[in-house]
Design a protein around this ligand. Structure first.
Ligand code: KIV
Ligand code: ZN
Length: 527
């Protein structure tokens, strides 16, 4: 067995390892998954963090999909200091032109255009013959190259594409000017050995393959997205497309934090390097989880709450003797530092800021002040304030920062004698309104009061409550999922009062739906 007890473990010196381009698609493939929508401001915040963290390419959105997507890609392009900003477009010429318009303000802009190449997609989805698809590849890449020098072409459903046809498409795309060739495992179907061989074959057989960088893009339907991505590197790819926390269509995409830490930790067998500041991974994970309201599973690799927790006696004993007995990387290397600070109602702002930092949060002055006020309020109501409580309140503040509807007060009469009754005061677009409503139970009464104040027709798809920590004074964390015309949004909120948390989660979800409604482009059908 390899001795991993003398750090750093490394095969080749860092400078000799091949540099891998990290292409983050949290704001496009990630945001595309049901319920994970982000507001304009949230997208800017995520993009700024990705840039600071050292992501090479940020896929900021799908400009033709909605006015909101267009505007956020354009604004991210204007603001980003280092990363290349990519926009996605189908093979249609107006898609490509719209994408070019959005990325044109970037220091480095990229058009990422894609087209299906597998028999099943060409026959049923595109209803086109292979020769027509090939013509579209050339036309779309040529059009994109007329706008920018940096063009990526993707063969959608690449892993289920017939190899000869794939090679012809790749060769044609490079000839037309594509500088990056992405072969996605769109449906999460491939295996590591197969994906590695696919890259090796394409790179060997396509005569002009040396003119482009090859890229992996893996979905996690069979739980192999990260393994497949790394296998793609072994086959010759040098760009990885991934998302923070692995969010994405269906089972998600390869998780950025996992591929990056795999490369860092196992450089003895994975001789690559990325430009990512790994100490920012936890912060990125927390931000994306907060703005999407998608929780990170406790046992998630790298960024899960238990990723560095040791509870069993044998493990704790080993850890005390030498941390490398049970830790292959340090919590500090991903931005988690141990702290002995216990937070309570006497804790000051400096201690609170420090605590947040050790938990992976770095807030601006306003957000910090707001979080500190809410922390003080919570500390007054709760005996012990755990890290999980702080996490819940900070996440909630991040998610609600730009809300159009705000909860001012709520009181509910509940008990054995119904109907239950809720009185609620909201601020809607700056105007304060109060309403009373009855319901079949206190939660129903609360939601009816919201409906009376902000009339709307949406389906409540999911309502879930769980305790953030133990004890009867634990905060309740409520998750709500609303659906309107096939578009879903998710929101979370925490409060020691379950009804307040319920109201807050519902209102945050309504705010997200409102944002979605405002920015939808009715002519677009996202491919
Ligand atoms: O999964 C996929 O095929 C994609 C492409 C649009 C790159 O996301
Ligand atoms: Zn994808």
């Amino acid at each position: 067995m390899t001795d991993t007890s003398s750090a750093p473990v490394s095969g080749k010196p860092v400078s000799d390892r091949d540099r891998v381009v990290i292409f983050d698609t949290t704001l496009r493939d990630g945001e595309q998954c049901p319920g994970a929508s982000m507001t304009f401001e949230e997208k800017l915040e995520v993009a700024a963090l990705l840039d600071e963290m050292g992501v090479d390419v940020i896929e900021a959105g799908f400009p033709i999909a909605s006015i909101g997507d267009f505007e956020s890609v354009a604004e991210i392009a204007r603001r980003t200091k280092n990363a290349t900003i990519a926009g996605l477009s189908r093979a249609a010429l107006n898609d490509i032109d719209r994408c070019a318009e959005a990325v044109k303000h970037a220091k480095r802009g990229r058009i990422h255009t894609f087209l299906s190449t597998s028999p099943v997609h060409m026959k049923y989805k595109l209803q086109k013959q292979p020769h027509e698809v090939l013509e579209m590849v050339v036309a779309s890449v040529t059009r994109a190259r007329n706008h920018v020098e940096d063009v990526e072409w993707s063969s959608e459903d690449g892993t289920r594409t017939e190899i000869d046809f794939l090679c012809r498409c790749v060769e044609a795309a490079i000839k037309a000017g594509a500088t990056t060739i992405n072969i996605p495992d769109t449906v999460g179907y491939t295996t590591p050995a197969e994906y590695q061989a696919l890259f090796r074959t394409v790179i060997e057989r396509v005569p002009n393959s040396d003119k482009a960088i090859f890229s992996v893009h893996c979905h996690d339907d069979l739980g192999m997205a990260v393994a497949n991505s790394l296998a793609g590197l072994a086959g010759g790819a040098r760009q990885i497309e991934c998302t923070i926390n692995g969010i994405g269509e269906r089972a998600g995409n390869a998780a950025l934090e996992e591929v990056v830490m795999a490369i860092e930790t196992r450089s003895d067998v994975l001789p690559y390097r990325s430009g990512i500041n790994t100490k920012m991974l936890t912060r990125a994970s927390k931000l994306v989880s907060a703005v999407t309201s998608f929780p990170v599973q406790y046992n998630k690799a790298i960024v899960g709450r238990n990723a560095f927790a040791h509870e069993s006696g044998i493990h704790q004993d080993g850890m005390l003797k030498h941390t490398q007995t049970y830790e292959i990387m340090t919590p500090e290397s991903v931005g988690v530092s141990k702290t002995s600070l216990v937070m309570g109602k006497h804790s000051g702002r400096a201690a609170f800021r420090d605590k947040l930092k050790t938990m992976g949060y770095e807030l601006g002055e306003n957000a910090l002040n707001d979080a500190f006020t809410r922390f003080k309020d919570l500390a007054d109501r709760k005996k012990v304030v755990y890290d999980e409580d702080i996490e819940a309140l900070v996440d909630q503040g991040i998610a609600a920062a730009y809300d159009r509807i705000k909860l001012i007060s709520l009181s509910v009469i509940a008990g054995t004698r119904g109907p239950q009754r809720a009185t609620m005061r909201l601020e809607v677009d700056g105007q304060v309104k109060t309403e009373e409503a009855e319901g079949n139970g206190p939660v129903d009464a609360t939601f009816n009061a919201i409906k009376a104040l902000v009339p709307h027709q949406v389906k409540l798809d999911l309502y879930q409550v769980h305790a953030v920590t133990e004890g009867t004074d634990a905060q309740a964390e409520v998750s709500v999922r609303l659906e309107e015309n096939g578009k879903a949004v998710t929101a979370r909120a925490a409060d020691p009062d379950t009804l307040v948390a319920s109201a807050q989660a519902y209102i945050t979800a309504l705010n997200k739906l409102h944002m979605k409604r405002q920015t939808m482009n009715p002519q677009s059908a996202v491919g």
